[in-house]
Ligand binder design. Structure first.
Ligand code: OAD
Length: 260
């Protein structure tokens, strides 16, 4: 039975956090929504509602039209460079100071967790800040700073690899590509070892990342969801906080600071 919580933090959840040795925070695009970064599947504003993933987020798309794909990811990278971590990112970084061990496992390709102070962050789907050569795979260093922002969908020529001259691609996992094996293994291991997993801002639809809350539950952990709308995870959760992450995560943190 999944007690449908309001934004109030159940005292039992605070007690579970106070007793936890290892907490996993599993995040999706919703944790960055209040920083102004679009999610993927929300009606009207979701990236996949306005753009076609098949034309932008696959290796074949890049082979077909590398300027369109590079331009779109540069638009997303500029959005991230202009964005700031929101109270949810800051609270997650603060949570790490209050529990013995905290592992952040994110599906997001932005660096807002790190900029908020989180240190142990596993990026399952790569990073906008880690482009590499499409031909030889070598990392490519982008110039520092925030160049002018291309509009979403405007074509830009990708840089050429300084080693082999091949085209540079975004450092994100595309559909049809494997997730970085070591990162995924570490994420699965953390899910199976933790006492409590917080799933924040994810629709829980994309595998293999979506297995993570389920693995935690199977291993006996309590699973908590923070999401203003119903998701595929609802029935897996011990608690569901129907709220925006930026609103509820600071309350969860202050609840944890109360004397036991
Ligand atoms: P989605 O867009 O599928 O889901 C975002 C979730 O965040 C939704 O359930 C929203 O209800 C919720 N949400 C929105 N605002 C929120 C807020 N302020 N606080 C908390 N939750 C909020 O994004 P993901 O689940 O991250 O992968 O999608 C997973 C993957 O699908 C992405 O990593 C990406 C995408 O295709 C690749 O591109 C490989």
């Amino acid at each position: 039975m999944n007690p449908d919580a309001s934004t109030a933090i159940p005292p039992e959840l605070i007690a579970a956090l106070q007793q936890a040795d290892h907490v996993v925070v599993f995040t999706g695009a919703g944790v960055s929504a209040e920083s102004g970064i679009p999610t993927f599947r929300e009606a009207l504003t979701g990236l996949w509602q306005r753009f076609d993933a098949e034309d932008l987020a696959t290796p074949d798309a890049f082979r077909r039209d590398k300027e369109l794909v590079w331009g779109w990811y540069e638009w997303r990278r500029m959005q991230v460079l202009r964005a700031q971590p929101n109270p949810a990112h800051v609270a997650i970084a603060g949570l790490a100071q209050l529990v013995p061990r905290l592992t952040v496992v994110t599906q997001n390709v932005d660096d807002l967790h790190e900029r908020a102070g989180s240190t142990e962050v596993l990026h399952l789907h790569g990073s906008l800040h880690a482009p590499r050569c499409f031909a030889c795979g070598r990392a490519h260093l982008l110039p520092p700073g925030i160049p002018e922002e291309p509009e979403g969908g405007r074509r830009l020529s990708p840089p050429s690899c300084q080693h082999c001259g091949g085209p540079v691609r975004p450092g994100v996992v595309w559909f049809g590509e494997a997730l970085p094996e070591e990162v995924l293994d570490a994420a699965f291991a953390a899910a199976e070892a933790c006492d409590l997993l917080l799933a924040i801002g994810t629709s829980g639809l994309v595998h293999p990342a979506a297995r993570i809350p389920w693995l935690a539950k199977q291993a006996g952990a309590k699973v908590v969801q923070v999401n203003p709308t119903a998701t595929a995870l609802d029935d897996e959760c011990t608690w569901t906080l129907r709220s925006a992450a930026g609103a509820v995560m600071p309350s969860l943190l202050s609840g944890l600071c109360q004397p036991k």
